[in-house]
Design a protein around this ligand. Structure first.
Ligand code: CTP
Length: 404
C-alpha cells in the first residue's frame, strides 16, 4: 500500500520556474497512492500548462474561482474539505504575502483562507526577494499562523545568482509532507537515544572502532521527531546530517557517551540504545604515537560500562529499548538480551540484513512475543519501531514503565 494511500492533497502551483518541479512532485504523490487536486494560478500556468498536471494526476486541474465544474460553484470550499493538506509548491513571494495578510483574489488564496486542513508552503524565489524584510516579515506571520514552511534551499538560481530561495527538490518536499502527516504517537514525550559507533583511542592517531554507519539511529531520531517527541541524540563519530529538530551531542568514546546519556537522562520517557558501543577499550592510552619495531604488539583491553544496562536497571528508568545485531540465532540471542538487560523492547536484526546499508529487516521482541517488520528503507523501519514503542507506552497508561 502506498505511503499516501487514502489521502487527498491539494497542490497549489504558483508562478515560478520551480513549477516544473511541481510536475515531478505530483507524480511522486500519485505514485505513493495520493489523490492530487492541482490548483494552478494564472502565473503558474505561464510556466507549466494545466494539461501536464491533468495528465500526471488523472484529475481535473482547478484555475478559477468562477469554475462551474463544481456543481455548487464553490471550488474554494469544496476542494479542501476532506483533504489531508494544502501544499503550495512553488510558493512565490507574492502568494506568501497574500497568505500572510489574508488576501483572497484568486482560487488558491481564497481556498487557503477557507481551508480546514494544514497548509504547507515551499518558497521559491530569487535570493534578494527571499531576504527582503517584507518577505521575512511575512514568513514570521505565516509561522505564527501555524503554516509549515518547507525550505527554501540554497544554491544556484535560475536568474544566475547564488543563495537562499530556491525551492527544495520534489523528493525532499515529498519526504517532508509525508513526515508532517505522520500520526503524533509520541506527542509530549521525551526520547534520548544513542547512535553510531564509538572510538576508543590507542594512541593520539589510532583507535578501536566498528563499522556502524549510524543510519538506523539517525532514522529513529527522525521518526521520533515526526511522531511529535522531543529528541536528544548522543552520537558517536559519524558524518551524517542531524535530522531536523533533533538535539545532537557528539562524542567519541563509550565513556563520553555514558556521561552524556546520564547527564541528559532526567525527565526522559524513553531511552533507546542504538549505538554500537565498544565492549572493550585499551586499558591504557599511549600519550605518544606508538612506533613500530617489527615485533608483535599486545594491547591489553578492559571492559567498558554497559550504558543501556545501567540505565534500564535504575529505579527511575524510562522505557528502555535495545538493539541486538546478531549473525545467527536471532530469536534466542535477542530475547535473552532483552531479559538480561531488563528491556521493554529489543530490536533484533541479522547483521547480513542491515549493517551499513540503506535498508533493514528487523524483528521486535517484547514481553508478549516477537513481531517481524517487513524489510524496508531504514526510515520506514524506524517508523514501524516508533509505532510499536507508542503502543507499549499506551499500555503503561501513565504508570511507571516496567522494562521487563
Ligand atoms: N550497549 C550499551 N553500552 C554498551 C554496549 C552495548 O548501551 N557498552 C547497548 C547497545 O546500544 C545496544 C545493546 O546494548 O542497544 C547491545 O547489547 P549487547 O549485549 O552489548 O550487544 P553486543 O555488544 O553485540 O553483545 P554480544 O557481543 O554479547 O552479542
Amino acid at each position: 500500500m502506498g505511503a499516501f494511500a487514502g489521502k487527498r492533497i491539494v497542490l497549489g502551483v504558483t508562478g515560478g520556474i520551480a513549477a516544473y518541479k511541481a510536475a515531478e512532485l505530483s507524480r511522486l504523490l500519485v505514485k505513493a497512492g495520493a489523490t492530487v487536486d492541482v490548483v494552478l494560478t494564472q502565473a503558474g500556468s505561464e510556466f507549466v500548462g494545466a494539461m501536464t498536471f491533468q495528465s500526471l494526476t488523472g484529475r481535473p486541474v482547478w484555475q478559477s474561482l468562477w469554475d462551474d465544474r463544481m456543481s455548487n460553484g464553490m471550488a474554494h470550499i469544496d476542494l479542501t474539505r476532506g483533504a489531508a493538506a494544502v501544499l503550495i509548491a512553488p510558493a512565490t513571494a507574492n502568494v506568501l504575502a497574500k497568505l500572510a495578510y489574508g488576501v483572497c483574489d484568486d482560487l488558491l488564496s481564497t481556498l487557503c483562507l477557507a481551508r480546514d486542513c494544514p497548509l504547507l508552503v515551499a518558497p521559491a524565489m530569487n535570493r534578494q526577494m527571499w531576504e527582503n524584510p517584507a518577505t521575512q516579515r511575512n514568513m514570521v506571520l505565516l509561522r505564527h499562523d501555524g503554516v509549515k514552511i518547507l525550505g527554501p534551499a540554497t544554491g544556484d538560481q535560475a536568474c544566475g545568482e547564488v543563495g537562499d530561495g530556491r525551492m527544495l527538490e520534489a523528493e525532499a518536499i515529498f519526504d517532508e509532507l509525508y513526515a508532517f502527516l505522520q500520526p503524533k504517537l509520541l506527542a509530549g514525550k521525551r526520547v534520548l537515544l544513542t547512535a553510531g559507533p564509538t572510538f576508543e583511542p590507542i594512541d593520539p592517531v589510532r583507535g578501536l572502532t566498528n563499522s556502524s554507519s549510524g543510519k538506523m539511529g539517525f532514522a529513529l531520531a527522525q521518526a521520533c521527531v515526526e511522531a511529535g517527541a522531543e529528541v536528544t541524540m548522543v552520537a558517536g563519530p559519524v558524518m551524517l546530517p542531524t535530522p531536523h529538530n533533533v538535539m545532537r551531542i557528539d562524542v567519541q568514546t563509550s565513556a563520553q557517551m555514558r556521561e552524556a546519556v546520564l547527564k541528559n537522562l532526567p525527565g526522559q520517557d524513553v531511552f533507546i540504545g542504538v549505538a554500537a558501543v565498544a565492549d572493550y577499550r585499551p586499558k591504557t592510552v599511549s600519550a605518544e604515537k606508538i612506533k613500530k619495531n617489527g615485533k608483535s604488539l599486545t594491547l591489553l583491553l578492559e571492559a567498558t560500562d554497559d550504558i543501556l544496562g545501567e540505565v534500564a536497571t535504575r529505579l527511575d528508568a524510562p522505557l528502555c529499548v535495545g538493539f541486538a545485531a546478531e549473525s545467527q540465532h536471532l530469536e534466542t540471542y535477542a530475547e535473552s538480551k532483552r531479559k538480561a538487560k531488563k528491556l521493554a523492547l529489543v530490536v533484533g536484526n541479522l547483521v547480513q540484513d542491515g549493517l551499513g546499508g540503506e535498508t533493514n529487516r528487523v524483528t521486535l521482541f517484547d514481553a508478549t512475543g516477537a513481531y517481524p517488520l517487513p524489510p524496508a528503507k531504514k526510515i520506514i523501519v524506524a517508523r514501524g519501531i516508533v509505532a510499536h514503542l507508542a503502543s507499549l507506552m499506551e499500555k503503561c497508561d501513565g504508570k511507571p514503565y516496567a522494562n521487563h
